[in-house]
Design a binder for this molecule. Structure first.
Ligand code: HEC
Length: 224
């Protein structure tokens, strides 16, 4: 009989220890299980809650904003004038731009010029065809004091191309690609609206020489 109560107490001790451990483990499991879902639920709720109202707001802004942005874009594009085209970094005239001739990026080669949206090599040579004609003008347009400050001897090209007339302000002596806009042609053909008299004063140049100068200007008035 002595052994039995002892064993029974030991058994009780063991049971109570196991029970304690089980309780401790169980409760710690409970705490973990409770914490995890709580955190998860809070995060989810927060995310859903933020996302809910946040998404419509950008949408609501984007609705009216997109047409505005498009409007600004077209404004930027129309920053180029009607005759110009936006070729990425610059507004150019595709009819006459040597780097963008006819279309963006189409560059004309050396000695070529963009005229009427096409690269032209120039059949007429300034030095070989045009300068010999101008030699007849040097008596008056050469030397120390060339008439009308127009020097047709040494630096004839620089005196003509893209240079404003001294007698007719606003007129350009040679407008590349535009013979009809070039004051030199008007002077040589005796147009009605010239200042002063027709050149040369001794009498009109032969038609063939006038044609040569006209064609040289049409081809872009190259320094060739
Ligand atoms: C006998 C002298 C004389 C000769 C030769 C002469 N010119 Fe002139 N030229 C003048 C005088 C003077 C003027 C300024 C008065 C005027 O415009 O009528 C002038 C003006 C001009 C102008 C206007 C310049 C400007 O900026 O307004 C042009 C262009 C011109 N001459 C071209 C020629 C050409 C091209 C030739 C040869 C084919 C030529 N001239 C021959 C005397 C001459």
């Amino acid at each position: 009989m002595l052994h039995s109560p002892l064993r029974f107490r030991r058994f009780l001790l063991l049971v109570s220890i196991v029970a304690l451990l089980a309780t401790a483990c169980g409760s710690s499991d409970d705490v973990d299980n409770e914490d995890s879902p709580d955190v998860g639920t809070q995060v989810d709720a927060g995310t859903v809650g933020d996302a809910g109202p946040a998404e419509p707001e950008p949408d609501a802004d984007a609705g009216p904003a997109e047409p505005d942005a498009t409007g600004e874009d077209s404004d930027t594009e129309s920053g180029c004038t009607a005759e110009e085209t936006d070729c990425g970094d610059s507004c150019v005239d595709l009819d006459s731009d040597d780097d963008h001739c006819g279309e963006c990026g189409n560059a004309c080669g050396v000695g070529e010029s963009c005229v009427d949206a096409q690269c032209q090599s120039g059949d007429v040579s300034f030095s070989e065809d045009v300068e010999p004609i101008l030699d007849g003008c040097i008596t008056c347009h050469g030397g120390v004091t060339p008439r009308a400050d127009l020097n047709l001897s040494d630096d004839a090209y620089d005196s003509l191309v893209d240079v404003e007339s001294t007698d007719c302000p606003g007129r350009i002596r040679v407008f590349p690609g535009e013979p009809d806009e070039s004051y030199l042609i008007d002077k040589l053909e005796g147009a009605d609206d010239i200042c002063g008299t027709q050149m040369p004063q001794s009498g009109e140049l032969p038609a063939s020489e006038l044609d040569t100068i006209r064609q040289w200007i049409s081809e872009g008035a190259l320094d060739n």
